[in-house]
Design a protein around this ligand. Sequence first.
Ligand SMILES: Nc1ncnc2c1ncn2[C@@H]1O[C@H](COP(=O)(O)OP(=O)(O)OP(=O)(O)O)[C@@H](O)[C@H]1O
Ligand SMILES: O=c1ccn([C@@H]2O[C@H](COP(=O)(O)O)[C@@H](O)[C@H]2O)c(=O)[nH]1
Ligand SMILES: [Mg+2]
Length: 233
Amino acid sequence: MELLLPYQHEPELAIRQPVVPSGLMFEELFMTEIVKLAKVGDASKLRTYFITFVLGGPGSGKGTQCAKIAETFGFTHLSAGDLLRNEMSSDSENGVMIHDTIREGRIVPSEVTVSLIHKAIVSSENHKILIDGFPRSDENRIAFERIVGAEPDLVVFFDCPEEEMVKRVLCRNQGRIDDNIETVKKRLKVFNELNLPVINHYSGKGKVHKVNAVGTMEEVFEKVRPIFAALRC
Ligand SMILES: Nc1ncnc2c1ncn2[C@@H]1O[C@H](COP(=O)(O)OP(=O)(O)OP(=O)(O)O)[C@@H](O)[C@H]1O
Ligand SMILES: O=c1ccn([C@@H]2O[C@H](COP(=O)(O)O)[C@@H](O)[C@H]2O)c(=O)[nH]1
Ligand SMILES: [Mg+2]
C-alpha cells in the first residue's frame, strides 16, 4: 500500500511515502522510495532508491572511501561539495555566493544544495546512491527530507581525530580554495556545531555506522566493506 503525496517543488516529480504493511522483506521495509513519474499515476515509471549519507569532518576520507564503495558495490557517488563546485564554475547565478561560502567554510543555503542533489538523484540510472558530505546541518537534513520526501536508508560516519583531518587536508594539494589552515579551522567548528547533531539525530534512529577513519585507505575500507557487503539492495 502506498500514499501518493501532492507535488512539492518540481512539477515532474512526485514522492511516494511507503505505508508499510506487515510481512514485507527487511530490505523492502528499509529502502527509501523516491518516485519519478512522467505524470501523476504513471506507475510504470516508479523508481526505488537506496540512499546512504556519508558523513565525517573535513579530510576524514569521505570522498576516498566513497570512490571505493562505488567501485566495489556498484553505488553512484554524489559528492555535495563537487556538485556545488561544479555549479560554482558554471556561471550560474549562485556561483559567487557558493565560492564565497566555501572559501569561508560556511554552509551553502539548503535549497541550492538540495536542488542539485535532488536533480542528480533522479537523473541517476542507478538506484544505489551515496551522498557524500551532506547533510551538513539539521536545517539541510530537514530540507532534504521535505523536498526529496525521503530519509536515508543508511548513514556512514567517518570518525577521525582533528589533528589527522587537518594534516590530510593540508597535504591534499588539489588546489581547493578551502584547503588552508584558516578555512579548515572554520570547517571543523561548523562540523562540530552543525554536522554532529545530524549524526546524533540518525544515531537515535539506529541508522548510523561509525567507522574509525584512522589507518591507511585500504585499512579503513576493510572496516567499511562489511557494512555494504551485508546489504541486500
Ligand atoms: N586513510 C587515509 N590515510 C591517509 N590519507 C588519506 C586517507 N584517506 C584519505 N586520505 C587523503 O586525505 C585527503 C582527504 O581525503 P578525502 O578528500 O577523501 O576527504 P574528505 O572527507 O572527502 O574531505 P572533504 O570534506 O574536505 O572533501 C586526500 O588527499 C586523501 O588522499
Ligand atoms: O552539503 C554541502 C556540502 C558542501 N558544502 C560546502 O562545500 C565545502 C566543501 O565540501 P566538501 O564536502 O568538503 O567537498 C564545505 O565546507 C561547504 O562550504 C555545503 O555548503 N553544503
Ligand atoms: Mg570530499
